[in-house]
Design a protein around this ligand. Structure first.
Ligand code: FES
Ligand code: FES
Length: 157
């Protein structure tokens, strides 16, 4: 099937078999290996990408479902001037240990913070329940996300 979408603002036009999952198209065909595969069964969240403004597990999506969509992977998040604010906060708060979960965590936290600029610890832990991290115990991930809350009176949207 012919599938057309954008990845990190670049147009993509590919011929894929209907059974191909999005993460395999991204990593295999397009060479965007920043998105990881930890389980291939929708459990771990390492494969989370942004699809039309929603963080989704790309191992649970068929590539053909991205037709017409705008996909952002971890490669499209850091600007040429450095880390985006979520990446910088994770770095600052020692949220990156082995790093395997981090591409998915970054995409997930960006989605959460768009919906809720000042999430509570419980809300962050609940949101990240689909992103398995074996290293941090989530403490540093929570601190990083909370550090991005706007100051009183500041509108960050
Ligand atoms: S590889 Fe997709 S959820 Fe684990
Ligand atoms: S930093 Fe190692 S799995 Fe999260």
């Amino acid at each position: 099937m012919d599938v057309k979408f954008t990845v990190n603002d670049e147009p993509v036009d590919v011929d894929v078999e209907p059974r191909v999952v999005l993460v395999d198209l991204l990593r295999g065909t397009l060479g965007l290996t920043g998105t990881k595969v930890g389980c291939d069964t929708g459990q771990c969240g390492t494969c989370v990408v942004d699809l039309d403004g929603r963080s989704l597990k790309s191992c649970t999506l068929l590539a053909v479902q991205a037709d017409g969509a705008s996909v952002t992977t971890i490669e499209g998040i850091a600007g040429s001037d450095g880390l985006d604010e979520v990446q910088a906060a994770l770095w600052e708060h020692h949220g990156v240990q082995c790093g395997f979960c981090i591409p998915g965590v970054v995409v997930s936290l960006r989605d959460l913070l768009r919906r809720n600029a000042a999430p509570t610890e419980a809300e962050i832990r609940d949101w990240l329940s689909g992103n398995l991290c074996r290293c941090t115990g989530y403490h540093s991930l929570v601190r990083a996300a909370q550090s991005l809350a706007p100051a009183p009176g500041e509108d960050r949207r």
